[in-house]
Design a protein. Structure first.
Length: 224
């Protein structure tokens, strides 16, 4: 009887996960465009550090997803296609960079890995028991399949809410956070425009959430 109830519980849990993912898939189709336009970057660096701490305590894989996303400017669709061999050498050390043929544009780009990304890779490796050919962000369901975009959305949102972020957060938040802080650090907007493959600097400014910030700062600093 006990074994039957345990089997039934596992079956119900699996069914609930399938239903949840299906609902997320439907919602994602309806809101993907709006997600890209309206989700916010994470502007507060302390909140970023808090999210890192929360994520590393949950899962080195999820921590790497976040750190890689906010430090590379890669699209979430490209991140989820990455294999373990894309971030580690044959000797088991972090790679210096990642070369990508972008899914959307077909262009090849090189994305260097900074110190924080390499540290996140090392943390991931300390818990990794698979093969170099495995997906980097492998799902625990099925055999060597990546997590879905909806799963990535849940990871990012749960971490954000756990540290008190109330802004609208989505998978594009990672890329926007990269652009926002790169711009604030003095990176020329035309260089970010090139990284994001945008047609005009004004589009890049709006995408990374700078435009309204600048308007607000003019008003705050006026003090007539």
């Amino acid at each position: 009887m006990f074994l039957f109830l345990a089997f039934l519980k596992r079956g119900l849990d699996k069914l609930l996960n399938i239903v949840y993912d299906t609902i997320c898939n439907i919602m994602n189709v309806r809101t993907e465009g709006r997600d890209m336009e309206f989700v916010q970057p994470i502007r507060d660096k302390k909140k970023i550090e808090d999210m890192k701490k929360w994520l590393i305590a949950q899962s080195p894989r999820d921590h790497l997803l976040f750190v890689l996303g906010i430090n590379s400017g890669l699209r979430i669709s490209d991140i989820l296609k990455m294999k373990v061999e894309d971030v580690i050498t044959e000797k088991g050390k972090p790679q210096a960079a990642y070369e990508l043929r972008e899914q959307k544009t077909g262009k090849t780009k090189k994305f260097p890995f900074g110190k924080n990304v390499q540290k996140a890779v090392e943390s991931f490796l300390s818990d990794f028991q698979g093969k170099r050919e495995d997906y980097l962000f492998a799902s625990r369901k099925g055999e060597n399949t990546p997590i879905t975009r909806q799963h990535a959305w849940r990871i990012i949102n749960q971490a954000a809410r756990s540290v008190g972020i109330t802004d609208r957060i989505g998978t594009h938040t990672l890329r926007k956070t990269f652009g926002y802080h790169a711009y604030k650090a003095g990176t020329d907007i035309t260089l970010l425009q090139q990284i994001f493959n945008h047609s005009a600097p004004s589009i890049t400014l709006r995408y990374i959430g700078i435009q309204q910030d600048d308007i607000d700062q003019v008003i705050i600093n006026l003090n007539l």
